[in-house]
Design a binder for this molecule. Sequence first.
Ligand code: GNR
Ligand code: NI
Length: 173
Amino acid sequence: MALLPILCYPHPRLHTVAKPVQVVDTRIKTLITDMLETMYDAKGIGLAATQVDIHERLVVIDTSDERNQPLVLINPEIVWASPDKILNEEGCLSVPGIYDGVERFTSVHVKALDGEGVSRVIQAEELLAVCVQHEMDHLLGKVFVEYLSPLKRNRIKTKMIKLQRDEKLEGKR
Ligand code: GNR
Ligand code: NI
């Protein structure tokens, strides 16, 4: 088990497009374990491999209140999306402290391999639907702040750069 460092916006590698996972082998299974541990430790409801600087199509999610229902999606594809959309307040472990509204499909059906490499279709609604779409965006190199206005995004970018500079200085003291 290991905690993985999470890339913070505006890190350029957050914009990398992930490649499909070729085989669900021990390397991928170890990565899944480490990503779940990292997600629970950071108190997130999801984590995409992109955020831990691994550019393969793998995400972990747990939207349960008890935090005991891990979901693993490998090579996820949206096979159906509801015609309606809903505006949700989103946050991201790669953009700590920032929350803003993003429109997403209300409900999606996602085809993906599970942690054992078995193909499944998941029907996602409400928070799970939002999270799945947020995580799949990460795999395409997209961070939720890119849906906001350029003004908001630039303010967030400046704030994050300052925050990271201050953290760096703190580390040297
Ligand atoms: O922990 C998270 N919470 C969250 C809240 C609303 C919409 C999306 C999310 S995902 C986020 C974890 C994260 O950054 N995953 O990529
Ligand atoms: Ni995120």
